[in-house]
Design a protein around this ligand. Structure first.
Ligand SMILES: [Zn+2]
Length: 415
């Protein structure tokens, strides 16, 4: 299985928006732009919501049939590890191997020595087309990189071989993700990580490094945009070099996680993809759930009532909701509106506070981030929430499609 040049991760918490999501990609196709949809859902999400990987597969298959989508599509077992991969094996054909927890774990001295010896020809200076400067590193640095990353890559190898035994070779796409960690990886580290991936025989088609800056859930990038642009271009150059150098899959590309809403870096990403003629996989995890809430608020009536209830409960359970997301949200609690005030808002006001429109005076990133992590509350509402999604399907679908196409696909891939 080969992943196409451009692909887009469309997470869907409640599994009701696949058609509306696909509509955005159909719109892109009508403009001559082929983007492969990938429905991704992590073990964490399935657990919180109470869904199963088979539900994601069913949702994707049904949407593809209903919309007459004749292109490729995939179902991604997102951020899986050896201990939970088994329940995804049948329903998924894309596996994101999350080995961030294994970064820095001890490995045998002999493994490190073998790695350094095998790659000793790179020690010194390395010229990679497209970077514009020579990468310099000594033996100690290569040793340090091996010490830090070998365990993670070896773990990825274990998970990959486990899946291959169950599904057979070439029957699935592999992504290696190292994004959920504190330290961003440098282009030199990425270079050696890719060499280790090749040594392990993992046919990775996407790699998700941790980039510099903060990729908070549902809000804009926080960090130095110029620095990001430089790193992103250097990473693209490294990937392209590593493919030839290490014999990795020719379509290997970068994957950006928590990629939704990072409006300030979409311009540099667009430019870099064109400059390097490179592909990209972009994951937009929680965006669709926020569009559901926006649509419900705009619908008024029971829809608005549900949106307000979710917010009121989220405020009262903020610590519980925030704890699994501590490293990927920054909520200034002093700037959260009081639930009693929100209760007086009309649907437009609620939608304007929530919708990520930085030019709007009503937009409140703290309000948005809290709601981003509050999907557990909607899940607890059960049928009441799901019935409202069905009742207000049209207005919600408009928001879902517009958000993906106008605010994401257009600036990243078209501009
Ligand atoms: Zn991720």
């Amino acid at each position: 299985m080969i992943l196409e040049k451009y692909s887009f991760g469309i997470g869907d918490r409640f599994g009701r928006q696949a058609k509306a999501q696909l509509a955005a990609l159909i719109k892109a196709k009508q403009q001559g732009l082929e983007i492969t949809p990938v429905w991704n859902k992590s073990y964490r999400e399935h657990t919180i919501i109470g869904t199963k990987p088979a539900d994601t597969r069913k949702e994707a298959d049904q949407a593809v049939a209903a919309c007459g989508w004749d292109g490729p599509y995939f179902v991604d077992a997102d951020h899986i590890a050896l201990m939970n991969v088994d329940q995804f094996i049948e329903a998924s054909d894309f596996f994101t191997l999350d080995v961030a927890d294994f970064i820095g774990r001890p490995v045998a001295e002999s493994d490190i020595a073998r790695f350094v010896k095998k790659h000793s020809k790179y020690i010194g200076t390395l010229e990679i087309a497209g970077i514009g400067r020579r990468l310099k590193f000594g033996r100690e640095q290569v040793e340090a990189i091996a010490t830090k990353f070998l365990s993670a890559v070896m773990q990825a190898g274990k998970i990959y071989r486990h899946i291959r035994r169950a599904r057979g070779a070439d029957n699935f796409i592999i992504e290696v993700s190292m994004d959920e960690t504190d330290q961003p990886q440098t282009p030199v580290e990425l270079f050696f990580v890719l060499s280790a991936i090749a040594d392990e025989g993992i046919p990775a088609q996407t790699i998700a490094p941790k980039f510099a800056g903060r990729f908070n859930k549902g809000v804009d990038y926080v960090g130095d945009v110029t620095r990001f642009a430089k790193q992103f271009e250097a990473d693209l150059a490294v990937v392209s070099f590593a493919i030839k150098e290490f014999g990795l899959p020719r379509n290997l590309k970068l994957s950006i996680h928590s990629g939704s809403d990072k409006f300030s870096i979409y311009g540099p990403i667009n430019k870099a993809l064109k400059k390097f003629d490179a592909g990209l996989h972009l994951k937009t995890a929680g965006t669709t759930w926020l569009e559901e809430l926006t649509g419900l608020a705009m619908a008024g009536g029971d829809g608005l009532d549900i949106a307000k209830k979710v917010y009121a409960k989220a405020i009262s359970r903020i610590d519980e909701l925030a704890s699994p997301y501590a490293t990927v949200i920054d909520i200034d609690r002093a700037k959260l509106p009081a639930p009693a005030d929100v209760d007086k808002w009309d649907g437009l006001k609620f939608a304007s506070a929530l919708r990520h429109d930085q030019s709007s005076r009503d937009y409140n990133p703290n309000f948005r981030q809290l709601l981003h992590i509050a999907y557990k509350i909607a899940a607890e509402m059960g049928q009441r929430y799901l019935k409202a999604l069905a009742k207000y399907e049209v207005i919600i679908a408009q928001n879902v499609t517009e958000n993906i196409y106008e605010r994401h696909i257009r600036p990243i891939f078209i501009a």
